[in-house]
Design a protein around this ligand. Structure first.
Ligand SMILES: NC(=O)c1ccc[n+]([C@@H]2O[C@H](COP(=O)([O-])OP(=O)(O)OC[C@H]3O[C@@H](n4cnc5c(N)ncnc54)[C@H](OP(=O)(O)O)[C@@H]3O)[C@@H](O)[C@H]2O)c1
Length: 296
């Protein structure tokens, strides 16, 4: 299979490109600045900006499949404001889909996110939800994958947790009770490569979570335990956290704002874990504790 991975130089993209390359596929990674991504020598790179349709048509041409991973992180306020989520996730997907249809590409794998919903409460999940609609109404065979938060080398989940907290004593909105189901990037990359390579996954939407549900407080304690430090979590009442984040919204040097607060009001867990569609049990997957080298 000849596959183009848009956003292939990012966190999940580099792991997926390596996996696809290992499986013998011809892989090209597209991004605005693909140099220095640490991709295997067999993976080609191409410069392209998905928000400009004429800048990606040539890059999409000639491939059997496209994996659309281009992202703006939901964990931090985007430079340029929330409209950037619509420009990148929605407009970018529209451009990728149009270029793929024009080029006769057969299949598109769309990386979405848990909670994607055109009427959702944050710009990220609304843009992701509308992007899913674009993919489903296209002429392309497709799979939509909605992972919970992803951890691993090069990821920002652990770094985000440390940025949000302090060791020893830390305040967390609502006492850090928001629940996540973190999935290791190595496990996810294998499932994405399966999805792209096997027709049984066409037309499906998969919600993928890791082996355990952890609260933000649990994650905070694990992250500091891995450094040999303890942390006691003190609850910051949600209304107070909301007020703080609203005040922070216009301040460019504060990385969190209203949408980051809103996202903490909803669990990031799966109702049914679709990892079984890839022949694995959730309990076989890598835990965050194992990745961090912390004994349970
Ligand atoms: N990481 C998670 O925990 C997580 C959880 C759920 C869902 N997801 C989804 O998984 C996908 C991949 O996420 P990730 O964590 O790997 O993201 P990432 O590390 O931030 O990578 C983003 C990639 O997109 C490229 N990119 C950004 N803007 C672009 C543009 N306008 N045109 C072309 N390329 C552009 C970046 O390269 P340049 O900056 O060089 O362009 C980079 O290669 C996203 O759809 C994300 O929403 C991630």
């Amino acid at each position: 299979m000849d596959v183009l991975v848009t956003g292939g130089t990012g966190f999940i993209g580099t792991h997926l490109c390596r996996e696809l390359d290992d499986r013998g596929h011809d892989v090209t990674a597209l991004s605005r600045n693909p140099g220095g991504a640490g991709l295997p020598s067999g993976v080609e790179t191409v410069v392209g900006d998905v928000t400009a349709s004429d800048a990606i048509a040539d890059a999409v041409d000639g491939h059997d499949a496209v994996v659309n991973l281009v992202a703006l992180s939901p964990l931090f306020k985007p430079k340029g404001g929330n409209r950037r989520h619509f420009e990148v996730h929605l407009g970018g997907t529209e451009n990728v889909v149009e270029a793929a249809e024009d080029a006769g590409v057969e299949y598109l794998l769309q990386l979405s996110a848990l909670g994607a919903d055109p009427d959702g409460s944050t710009a990220y999940v609304r843009a992701k939800g509308r992007a899913e609609e674009v993919v489903r109404s296209s002429d392309l065979a497709h799979t939509v994958v909605r992972p919970s938060v992803v951890f691993g080398d090069g990821g920002e989940f652990v770094a985000f947790t440390k940025q949000l907290t302090t060791p020893y004593v830390t305040g967390l909105p609502g006492g850090g009770r928001t629940r996540f189901q973190p999935i290791w990037v190595g496990d996810l990359a294998g499932m994405l490569a399966d999805a792209a390579g096997e027709e049984t996954h066409w037309g499906e939407t998969y919600e993928l979570g890791g082996p355990e549900v952890l609260t933000l407080g649990d994650v905070t304690r694990l992250v500091y335990r891995a450094e040999g430090r303890s942390v006691r979590v003190l609850p910051v009442p949600m209304p107070l956290a909301g007020l703080g984040m609203r005040l922070a919204d216009p301040l460019p040097f504060v990385p969190f704002g209203t949408d980051q607060y809103r996202s903490l009001k909803f669990d990031n867990t799966v109702a049914d874990n679709d990892v079984s569609a890839f022949g694995v049990e959730a309990s076989e997957l890598t835990t965050l504790a194992a990745y961090l080298g912390v004994n349970d």
